[in-house]
Ligand binder design. Structure first.
Ligand SMILES: Nc1ncnc2c1ncn2[C@@H]1O[C@H](COP(=O)(O)OP(=O)(O)OP(=O)(O)O)[C@@H](O)[C@H]1O
Ligand SMILES: [Mg+2]
Length: 677
């Protein structure tokens, strides 16, 4: 991995960021500028960032610099490689972002990780609704919430609203009553807890949970986009410190879970919090995000996540967290007390050699730093930070509104849920698996197969086919609750509908009212990025008339880019060069390989078929396709976003037939008795 060019006299290997980077210095010493330079360099080298911006001066990364100190060439490179998106919780000035604290960990994570996550969620929610965790009432409330969430997690029950959680508090499951005997006997306290949870479903707070794009790490990392994403979470759109803490806590909790399921030895993303001391203060004070941030700083290096942060004084932040930073940049520091604290911190990590820099700290200018990084230098190295490729100023939320392009807004529009309506579907209960009903018995299936054999006899003469085996199989389908937002004259309109994917091979499945199923070959498309999908769709749409120039003008993408994309589509055997050339100039003509895929959302939408949750005896296939795999496809191809997804099994009979010459598999739907093609 390449070096970050931080200044004329400083090339810093990006891979060292997995051991984290901290900027220290008095106000105005240039900490934020240095952090931004690292983010810019990482983006140029393809490393995306998620940034918590408490003061509003990170969001200006979205504005190209016009300063003459800026290196023009590198600034152009940055613009061509990076896309900066500013997210604004509870506000639609930027891209609105919301969190869902009730989204519980995946079932397959380690018990101890699940415990950390559930603990983090329950303590943050308890504080948000106004309890003091140092008092008994707060401790009890947290214990009850923890036990409830743990119970839901174990049983794979998906809670979708705080109303549901509040009702559960009033009707505790037996298992929770037994396990939490010490906390759950006070009916009055429980009623109060339930009521406080209900307060989260109204007013300003509700916006945090229900209005906007659902916080999702892959989305923040720009998965599926061609450019490297820098996602900035602009905290000033939240009103209170408590809400800011809560938001950061939920973001960090999501990131932590994401890390666990996406390990990497190489640096894969950056996570930056500027002015971290209010989130992870020294001493006994415990704001909501403290525990989870400590956990991230401790473990992120194993997962290829580099953390960057800044604070005025090392004495202000938790010393254990501090010890996790492998690189320190020491900027101007004036007071004796501050310097003394740096000295103590340096001694604690055994960095005596850095001490000789301490006496020079008061005379440093803004942008001048000493770097202490044992992996890189024996002692310390002085350097001057280059000027930024983007502007450096503090943005108000109105400024933020103006820097978000229409294109960016349109990109996220299908993802943005206006407000969730009550869920219509059954949830998974207990250990039962959700599946479509088996309406056809084995005997009936046998009769149907006999009929199929007869048909064959009719067409091909004497039938010698025998049924070798017949078994009930269930294929997992990923049921996706999707939505598309259409621009209206006065108001945008959101429609909700259901689409299904075969969770084994990724093909689209469409169900009719009787539960009959039809598959479309979309599996190959799931690995394409957004541009590839859009280009391919154009080519199919244009039949055999697709030239570079036409695709380019329809999609607003340069012809060179179309050229790259069509080459990659050709390598993937999705399109071919049709061999014909138009007379005027170079007009390459493409045609897609024959594909039976729906191009319109309407064709892909399934009927609502009731699923039940009784467990049958059958051979179950393991799902391997997840919501993440289809996210990009759904958006780029069908213009839809995902609200949530779950696995539902589809039962069918699989008969192995063998005749004189060949064997074949016959699949009969156990739902409606029709053959599945
Ligand atoms: N590398 C640099 N080159 C030139 N000027 C710089 C440089 N870095 C910082 N400055 C100047 O110092 C100012 C403050 O920088 P910056 O915002 O990074 O400080 P900070 O340490 O983050 O301060 P605070 O603690 O108040 O957030 C900048 O607006 C700029 O004028
Ligand atoms: Mg700063």
């Amino acid at each position: 991995m390449a070096d970050a060019i931080l200044g004329k006299d400083m090339k810093y290997p990006l891979k060292l960021l997995t051991k984290h980077f901290i900027c220290l210095g008095s106000t105005g010493s240039g900490k934020t500028v240095l952090s931004k330079a690292l983010i810019e360099e990482a983006a140029i080298n393809g490393i995306p960032s998620i940034i918590v911006d408490p003061q509003g001066d990170l969001a200006s990364l979205a504005i190209p610099s016009v300063d003459e100190k800026t290196n023009k060439e590198r600034a152009e490179l940055f613009q061509s490689k990076a896309e900066v998106v500013v997210f604004t919780p509870t506000s639609s000035k930027g891209i609105p972002l919301c969190v869902n604290p009730l989204k519980l960990p995946k079932k397959n994570i380690y018990m101890e990780d699940a415990v950390s996550v559930l603990n983090q969620i329950s303590s943050s929610v308890t504080k948000l609704i106004g309890y003091d965790l140092d008092k008994d009432a707060g401790k009890n409330a947290q214990a009850v919430l923890y036990l409830l969430l743990h119970d839901c997690w174990k049983k794979e029950i998906h809670l979708s609203t705080f109303d549901e959680l509040s009702n559960l508090v009033l009707n505790l499951p037996e298992s929770v009553k037994i396990e939490g005997a010490a906390f759950v006997n006070d009916a009055k306290a429980l009623a109060q807890l339930a009521k406080k949870i209900k307060f989260l479903t109204i007013g300003e707070k509700e916006l945090m949970f229900q209005s906007g794009l659902q916080l999702d790490i892959d989305t923040l990392l720009g998965k599926g986009k061609d450019k490297t994403q820098i996602s900035i979470i602009y905290l000033n759109s939240l009103e209170t410190m408590e809400e800011k803490q809560f938001f950061v806590s939920m973001l960090a909790t999501e990131l932590y879970q994401w890390m666990l399921s996406n390990p990497s030895k190489e640096l894969q993303a950056l996570f930056m919090i500027d002015e971290v001391s209010s989130f992870i203060p020294a001493g006994a004070e415990k704001p909501m995000a403290k525990e989870i941030l400590k956990l991230i700083y401790k473990q992120a290096r194993k997962y290829g996540i580099g953390c960057i942060t800044g604070t005025q004084n090392p004495g202000d932040i938790d010393y254990k967290a501090f010890a996790q930073f492998g690189t320190w940049a020491l900027g101007r520091m004036v007071t004796k007390q501050d310097i003394a604290k740096v000295k103590t911190a340096l001694e604690a990590v055994g960095a005596e050699k850095a001490e000789k820099a301490l006496s020079s700290l008061p005379s440093l200018k803004p942008g001048q730093f000493f770097m202490f990084c044992p992996d890189l230098f024996k002692d310390v190295k002085e350097f001057s930070v280059r000027w930024l490729l983007t502007e450096h100023k503090t943005l108000t939320d109105d400024d933020v509104r103006n820097i978000i392009s229409d294109e960016t807004r349109e990109h996220y529009a299908p993802y943005i849920a206006v407000k969730r309506e009550g869920k219509k579907e059954a949830v998974k209960k207990g250990n039962g698996v959700l599946h479509f009903p088996v309406n056809i018995s084995k005997e009936e299936a046998q009769k149907i197969i006999e009929g199929e054999k007869k048909k064959l006899f009719f067409f091909f003469g004497p039938d010698r086919e025998n049924v070798e085996s017949l078994r009930l199989v269930a294929v997992p389908l990923l049921r996706v609750h999707a939505f598309a937002t259409k621009k209206g004259l006065f108001k945008d309109k959101t429609e909700r509908f259901t689409v299904y994917f075969d969770a084994v091979d990724g093909n689209l499945a469409v169900l009719d009212t009787e539960g009959g199923i039809d598959f479309f070959e979309t599996s190959k498309l799931l690995s394409l990025n957004e541009t590839e999908l859009r280009v391919l769709k154009e080519i199919i749409d244009m039949k055999d008339d697709a030239t570079h120039a036409k695709i380019s003008s329809n999609l607003g993408i340069t012809e060179t880019a179309i050229n790259d994309v069509s080459n990659s589509l050709m390598k993937k055997h999705l399109i071919s060069f049709s061999g014909r050339k138009k007379e005027q100039g170079r007009a390459y003509l493409w045609e897609s390989v024959p594909m039976k895929v729906p191009l319109k959302l309407k064709k892909a939408v399934s009927e609502q078929v009731e699923a039940v949750n009784v467990k049958e005896e059958w051979q179950e296939q393991k799902p391997s396709i997840t919501e993440k795999n289809i996210l990009v496809f759904l958006r780029a191809w069908l213009g839809a976003g995902i609200e949530e997804a779950e696995v539902v099994y589809y039962p069918y009979y699989e008969a192995k037939l063998f005749g004189k010459k060949k064997r074949r598999l016959l699949k009969i739907s156990a739902v409606n008795g029709k053959e599945i093609e």
